[in-house]
Design a protein around this ligand. Structure first.
Ligand code: ZN
Length: 449
């Protein structure tokens, strides 16, 4: 698995991606050929009005360089695709130092790094390079600047959309963005995690339907939302920056009590206890900026490892294949699998009979003195229930923690309190609460909503 993650990273990293163009198409082809996504590529034509925005012309770049006064190539797109500003206009002329400096972006604070810059909605030409180059003896005029780029007003903006049908129409949106060129953590890691996560999902019987979108950030999400039927979307997640060296973290969705937030926190807790960082929701960052708006109100937390804005290598050439680690991505993948399983368990248990305690002993729900009881918690959907909770393959051993959970369930299960809230109120692990719900459901003591 580790080797596979590394191979996908190294295959996709060199591709020059942007909002539109051949790099994005190539990335989608690769994902469709290497993962069981069964997705479809959707697109809107350049110039289409999507809500308050206009889809930009399709942009492609084939070459770009700067020659110094001696005719030496001092900047070369073929060495790093970050050298040409994304959506740069074409240029082919001789310029002096003053003019060139107006079109060059550097990072004086990190003089050896190349910054990542874009000019999507403002037509201009530009290069990005190390600050050291500007200070070096190689930097002398007259300069020849050349960028072989093109804008196609008959082009398209595309995204990849994949659907995994569940037992219900209720949908969970999984969104990630593919518009960055050779930058590894932000956000090639998100694209790769999404692909492995969807591969995992494709093998599960799920209650929810899952919709994956891999799209250019902002304008791609806006384009998708302008076409999508979002009525069935009950929650989502934005996958971004998931393979860096820092602690696990969560950027919460806008409604802290939403089940997507609660399940994300529970997944993190069950993986690393309290050893993770929490960033409360703010309306900036990635595509939660679109999903959270009043017309949609889709709650989309993100679980990160080295979140955007929080690492120095962000949007520079130092966010490369050495910065990300396959082990980190695999750790985040495990957390996301746990998250999916918790989302699937989300329910509102309600006692069949709300009066007084149940007599647990006569139903074999009481741990026996000197031993435990094996409770098979597997059940088909006989009652038309759609809950994966009852597809445990393992035998659950009823123990003292379950007994505590039975007491809390007898107290709280009135159909208005979710299993996540019951776990919080009782301070019992969600897995114990879910097992106790499963056992009580099997004994016809609970119904689930
Ligand atoms: Zn970014």
């Amino acid at each position: 698995m580790k080797n596979r993650v590394e191979r996908v990273f190294s295959d996709l990293f060199p591709i020059n991606r942007s909002l539109t163009g051949r790099g994005v198409d190539k990335t989608f082809d690769y994902l469709l050929n290497n993962f069981p996504l069964h997705g479809e590529i959707k697109s809107v034509p350049s110039g289409t009005k999507v809500f308050d925005w206009i889809v930009p012309d399709e942009w492609n770049v084939d070459d770009g360089y700067i020659l110094n006064g001696a005719g030496e190539k001092i900047v070369d797109f073929k060495e790093s695709n970050l050298h040409v500003m994304s959506y740069s206009a074409p240029v082919d002329k001789i310029v002096d130092s003053d003019e060139l400096r107006k079109h060059i972006h550097t990072l004086p604070r990190y003089p050896e790094r190349i910054p990542y810059r874009t000019s999507y909605y403002n037509k201009n030409w530009g290069f990005c390079c190390s600050h050291n180059l500007l200070e070096s003896e190689q930097f002398f005029p007259p300069f020849k600047v050349f960028i072989d780029s093109s804008f196609n007003s008959n082009g398209n903006l595309s995204w990849l959309e994949c659907v995994k049908k569940g037992l219900t129409e209720d949908e969970i949106l999984i969104s990630t963005y593919c518009c960055h060129p050779s930058l590894a953590n932000d956000n090639l890691s998100g694209v790769i995690l999404a692909s492995f996560l969807f591969e995992y999902l494709s093998k599960l019987d799920t209650k929810f339907t899952y919709r994956l979108v891999v799209l250019p950030e902002t304008i791609g999400a806006i384009s998708f939302l302008s076409q999508a039927n979002t009525n069935n979307i009950v929650g989502g997640m934005v996958l971004s920056c998931v393979a860096g060296p820092d602690k696990l973290s969560i950027k919460e969705g806008f409604d802290a009590n939403h089940f997507m937030n609660e399940s994300a926190h529970l997944a993190l807790k069950s993986s690393v206890g309290r050893e993770y960082l929490t960033y409360p929701f703010v309306p900036d960052g990635s595509d939660e900026r679109q999903y959270s708006t009043p017309g949609f109100r889709i709650v989309t937390p993100s679980i990160h490892k080295s979140k955007y804005y929080e690492f120095d290598e962000y949007h520079t050439s130092a966010d490369d294949l050495n910065f990300v680690k396959s082990e980190a991505l695999l750790e985040v993948l495990e957390v996301h699998k746990t998250w999916i399983n918790l989302i699937e368990s989300y329910c509102y248990p309600k006692r069949i009979n709300a009066f007084c305690e149940f007599q647990l002993g006569k139903r074999d729900l009481y741990p026996k003195i000197g031993g435990t009881l094996n409770q098979q918690a597997h059940e088909e959907n006989e009652r038309g229930g759609h809950n994966r909770l009852f597809k445990f393959e393992d035998t659950v051993t009823i123990n003292g923690a379950h007994l505590e959970a039975f007491h809390w369930l007898m107290h709280l299960a009135d159909g208005t309190i979710s299993n996540f809230e019951i776990s919080k109120k009782s301070k019992l692990d969600i897995s114990v609460v879910n097992e106790a719900i499963a056992a009580m459901y099997q004994k016809d003591l609970l119904e689930l909503k």
